[in-house]
Design a binder for this molecule. Structure first.
Ligand code: HAM
Length: 435
C-alpha cells in the first residue's frame, strides 16, 4: 500500500512559499523583541508531564497534551506551551542574573485539538516573558510590545484590540464579594471563560445550575455587565474594593499616558484557561467580523516559580501563534507578496561549453553580495524570461557563444526589459545595475 503523502493531521508541510511567509512573520517578531531588548532563549521539545500538571490547567492536561512513557519509564510530553519551560529555566538562574529578565522564543508546540480555522495540532508561538519587574511595569511593557509588533505589520487600532482583565479582580468578585467556595469559584471560572462562545440563555442556565445565593448572583450579574474601565472603577468603588481599584487604575493611567488606551478594552469574561495567572489576563482580538477570534493570549503569573521550590519571581508574558497571526494578516491584507523567491540574478547559459564559465561568474557575482541562481543546465533563449520570472529574479542573463567569445555578460531587467552589457573583467559594475 502506498504511504500517505499528506502531513499528520493538524500539522503543516511548509513549502517554500509558506516558509517565506513564516520567515517574514518570525523576522518581525525577532525585530520587535530585540527593539525591547528581549534576549532569545530556547528549551527542549520534550518535558516531563509533571511540569504541566502543576499549573497549566485541566484542559491542557486532560484533553490536549501529547504524552507518552519513554524507554526509561519517564512520563513525558511534547511541549504544549512554553511558559512552564521558561519558568523552569528562570528558576535555575534567577538568583545570579539581574532583573528584570526579558526573554523571547518562537517554539513549535503541539496540542491535540480538533483542527479548524485558527487551531491546529502543531503551531509556532512567539513567547515574550518578563520576570522580576516591579509593580505593574512588566505588564505595561508586555502590552506595549504587543502593540508595537502588530503596528510593525502595518496593523492599526481599527483592526485589533486587547481585551483585558485582572485575575486579582475576578478572585475578589468570587471570593470577597460573592463569597463562594473554591469549587464554585473554579466552576465560575470555566463558565465565564465560555461566556462569549455561548448564548445569553445558555450562560444564564449554567449560572443557575450553581444555585448561588440571590445576592451573589446579583453581584455576578453586575460584574458581567461591566464594559469599560470607567464601569469597572465604578463597580469596584461601589463594592469597596479600594486596593483593586488603585492597583488597576495605576495600570490604566500609565497605559493612557503612553497611548495604549486606544487598544485596551476591559472585558470581565477574559479569565483564560491556564491556572498560573494571578494578575492581568488578556487576549488580542481581531476586530474584523470574518475573523473575530483571539490572536494572542497572556497574563501575569506571580507564583509559578514556587513549583520549583524557589522564591516567587513575578512573571508576565504572552504567546502569539503563527496560525492566528497569519489569518489576521491575510484578513487585513497586510502580507507583502511573498509568492516568489527573492533572487537578484538568474544566470543562464545556452551551451554545455559555457557551464564552467557560468559557475565562475556565479561565484564572482555572489562575492559582490548578490543572490544568484545558476540555471545549472543550458536554457533555451526563449525560456529564460519565463523561468526567471518564476524564480522571482529581478535580472536575467544569457551566456551564449557570442558572449563567451566577446567576454561579456548580457543582462536584462525582467520588469523593464532594459539590457546591459558588462565585461567579464569589470563585474564590479554590476553593483550599479543590480542594486
Ligand atoms: P494560550 O492562550 O494557550 O496561551 O495560547 C496563546 C496563543 O497561541 C493563542 O492565542 C493562539 O494564537 C496560539 N495557539 C494556542 N493553541 C493553538 C492551536 N492549537 N493552534 C494554533 N494556535 C494556537 C499560552 O500558551 C500561554 N503559555 C501564553 C503565555 C506566555 N502566557 C504567559 N506567557
Amino acid at each position: 500500500m502506498a504511504l500517505n503523502k499528506k502531513p499528520y493531521k493538524g500539522t503543516r508541510d511548509f513549502f517554500p512559499a509558506d516558509k517565506r511567509v513564516q520567515d517574514y512573520i518570525f523576522s518581525k517578531m525577532r525585530e520587535s523583541a530585540s527593539l525591547f531588548a528581549f534576549e532569545p532563549y530556547d528549551g527542549p521539545m520534550l518535558e516531563e508531564v509533571a511540569l504541566y500538571m502543576a499549573k497549566s490547567g485541566e484542559e491542557l492536561i486532560n484533553d490536549q497534551i501529547y504524552s507518552f512513557t519513554d524507554r526509561g519509564d519517564r512520563f513525558v510530553a511534547i511541549r504544549p506551551e512554553m511558559t512552564p519551560t521558561v519558568a523552569r529555566m528562570v528558576a535555575q538562574v534567577h538568583k545570579e542574573i539581574p532583573k528584570p529578565i526579558k526573554w523571547f522564543s518562537i517554539p513549535n508546540l503541539m496540542r491535540y485539538e480538533k483542527p479548524q480555522r485558527g487551531r491546529l495540532r502543531e503551531h509556532w508561538q512567539f513567547n515574550c516573558d518578563i520576570f522580576g519587574a516591579t509593580g505593574r511595569s512588566g505588564e505595561i511593557e508586555i502590552l506595549q510590545l504587543i502593540v508595537k509588533l502588530f503596528e510593525s505589520f502595518g496593523a492599526n487600532k481599527d483592526q485589533f484590540e486587547i481585551l483585558i482583565n485582572d485575575r486579582d479582580i475576578v478572585n475578589a468578585v468570587f471570593n470577597d464579594l460573592m463569597k463562594v467556595d473554591e469549587e464554585t469559584s473554579l466552576k465560575l471560572y470555566k463558565i465565564i471563560d465560555r461566556a462569549k462562545k455561548v448564548s445569553a440563555e445558555a450562560l444564564q442556565k449554567m449560572i443557575s445550575e450553581l444555585s448561588l445565593e440571590p445576592a451573589s448572583e446579583e453581584i455576578l450579574k453586575n460584574y458581567l455587565s461591566v464594559q469599560s474601565f470607567e464601569d469597572l472603577f465604578k463597580f469596584l468603588e461601589k463594592n469597596e474594593q479600594t486596593d483593586k481599584l488603585t492597583s488597576f487604575k495605576e495600570l490604566s493611567d500609565v497605559a493612557s499616558a503612553i497611548g495604549l488606551a486606544d487598544y485596551l478594552v476591559y472585558d470581565p469574561t477574559i479569565v483564560r484557561g491556564l491556572d498560573y495567572y494571578t494578575g492581568i489576563v488578556f487576549e488580542v482580538f481581531d476586530k474584523h467580523p470574518d475573523n473575530r477570534r483571539a490572536l494572542c493570549g497572556g497574563g501575569a503569573y506571580a507564583n509559578l516559580l514556587k513549583i520549583f521550590n524557589e522564591n516567587p519571581v513575578a512573571g508576565v508574558g504572552f504567546g502569539l501563534g503563527d496560525v492566528t497571526l497569519t489569518d489576521f494578516l491575510k484578513t487585513h491584507d497586510l502580507l507583502p507578496d511573498l509568492s516568489k523567491n527573492d533572487v537578484d540574478l538568474y544566470l543562464t547559459f545556452q551551451t554545455e561549453s559555457a557551464l564552467a564559465k557560468n559557475f565562475e561568474l556565479a561565484s564572482q557575482i555572489r562575492e559582490l553580495g548578490f543572490k544568484v541562481s545558476n540555471s545549472l543546465s543550458p536554457i533555451k533563449f526563449k525560456k529564460v524570461f519565463t523561468l526567471g520570472d518564476k524564480q522571482g529574479a529581478k535580472f536575467i542573463s544569457m551566456l551564449g557563444e557570442n558572449e563567451l567569445e566577446q567576454k561579456i555578460l548580457l543582462i536584462k531587467n525582467t520588469k523593464t526589459k532594459e539590457s546591459f552589457e558588462v565585461k567579464f573583467d569589470e563585474l564590479e559594475k554590476l553593483k550599479d545595475i543590480l542594486s
